[in-house]
Design a protein around this ligand. Structure first.
Ligand code: DGL
Length: 263
């Protein structure tokens, strides 16, 4: 393995970003860390999310990564603005690219944002959207039950549809034409979200945009790999079996998680 792209998330959801990185950057090695011992981050305090994030970054830096991609929306919203300047390694979060795409996509200047409680409470999306276009009206809603639904494999059916209808009521009422799926897990619930909001609403899944941003930064820094097939390594802080069982749903293929510290 050469110098890899480091990716971390609170758990398994960041594999949606890894999937895109592999697709767009097939020559790159990837080292993933999922903090399965301490997931979920979405309900934790800002101080705790910052502390966990620093520990995860230090773990990846020990693996000598060339860039760190923060796949977790909660970390990108709550911790990244505070910790970013304390490290030399380039860091990419998931907010900016999703915000850019949403501002570009909206026609009626009404954007909805859904995410964990931590992400919504931070108002990070709203702030960034307003910075790009102060005229956009943002309606945000926390959808805390979506993460356990996805992890339990409930991607469709009556209970998840009813919960989605309830959470998305304010978004629907606001008449938005674009919604940012501001959480690693939500792309897997796209069909349900689409059923509730209707086909005309554009759903923004930031994973694709983030991978493009990683590619641009590596190209700018002259760090892109070419002409080889990249490898991936997956570390978790606890319960590798649980991670490996869920990985297929997020990544599209099974992988084995290895306990960090046990390598
Ligand atoms: N990865 C988190 C996010 O994108 C969702 C799971 C959690 O709450 O830790 O916000």
């Amino acid at each position: 393995m050469g110098k890899a792209i480091g990716v971390f998330d609170s758990g398994v959801g960041g594999l949606t970003v890894v999937k895109e990185l592999i697709r767009q950057l097939p020559a790159e090695d990837i080292i993933y860390f999922g903090d399965t011992a301490r997931v979920p981050y979405g309900i934790k305090s800002k101080e705790t999310v910052i502390r966990f994030s620093i520990e995860n970054i230090l773990f990846l830096l020990k693996q000598e990564v060339k860039l760190i991609c923060i796949a977790c929306n909660t970390v990108s919203s709550v911790a990244l603005p505070i910790i970013q300047n304390h490290f030399k390694v380039p860091m990419v979060g998931v907010l900016e690219s999703g915000v850019r795409e949403a501002v570009y996509a909206t026609r009626n200047k009404r954007i909805g944002v859904i995410g964990t409680r931590g992400t919504i409470k931070s108002r990070a999306y709203e702030i960034q959207i307003k910075q790009l276009d102060p005229q956009v009206k943002v309606t945000a809603a926390a959808c805390p039950l979506f993460v356990p639904f996805v992890e339990e494999g409930w991607l469709s059916g009556r209970p998840v549809l009813e919960v989605a209808q309830s959470y998305l009521k304010p978004i629907k009422k606001a008449g938005v034409d674009t919604v940012i799926l501001g959480c690693t897990h939500y792309p897997l619930l796209k069909p349900v979200i689409r059923e509730v909001l209707g086909k005309k609403v554009t759903l923004i899944d930031s994973a694709k945009q983030v991978a493009m941003e990683v590619k641009n930064i590596l190209a700018q820094e002259g760090l892109l790999n070419k002409g080889r097939r990249g490898k991936q390594r997956f570390y978790v802080s606890d319960n590798p079996e649980w991670f490996s069982g869920l990985a297929k749903r997020f990544l599209g293929r099974p992988v084995r998680g290895k306990k960090s510290g046990a390598e």
